[in-house]
Design a protein around this ligand. Sequence first.
Ligand code: PGA
Length: 245
Amino acid sequence: MRKKVVAGNWKMNKSLEEANLLLSEFNSIKKSDNTEIIICMPYPYLFLETPSFVKKGAQNVSEHLRGAYTGEVSAEMLKSMRVEYCIVGHSERRKYFKECDDALYAKVTRLIENEITPIFCIGELLEEREEKKHFHVIKKQMDVLFNLSKDDFKKIMIAYEPVWAIGTGKTASNEEAEEIHHYIRILIEEKYEKATADEILILYGGSCSALNADGLFSMPNIDGGLIGGASLQGADFKAIISAAH
Ligand code: PGA
């Protein structure tokens, strides 16, 4: 049985004081043994203490190993900060920072080399869904990962985040999300094999909240969520964690 994952993505929010306050609320989290909790924080907060059952994640990483890349943070540095997960290819990074497939693949590779699990985000734009191109878009985005060996591919987590649902309050229905998650597993099976497709964790992201998490997480191919806005409030995030069991 696959475990459930609830990963918070704080994005560029919270002062140091606010971050500490929110983390202090996590001591009272109740979770099942089968649930993994991750907080993807801004880089400067990665040194903060979290309860041992809350794993640390970053929101980005450099595609380069090390050296003269002012402002960048390497996978090696993240590893030395005990970071275990890192978001790659979030739609905001694809859009605002023009991250292309080659750079995303390099980032995934750097993370795997440093034993950090990439949380690789994919998802279609609203117009792509309206034009019924969403399956095609998902396939193209997954093809980037299919350059990995099977062993390395197994070290990745995927997050399906329809761009039209991110931060909009307009979530995909359980069925719409499940349809894509199921399709992603078919693609993995076609590329590698069924055992690999069955093993990979696929999270849903995009206006996932305390109200809809239960329904989404109960779908057979949805293994948890990547949570933006609702991860910024302790009560909301804890309610989403309770929905993962
Ligand atoms: P949201 O963001 O939950 O605020 O829609 C999700 C994400 O961008 O990862």
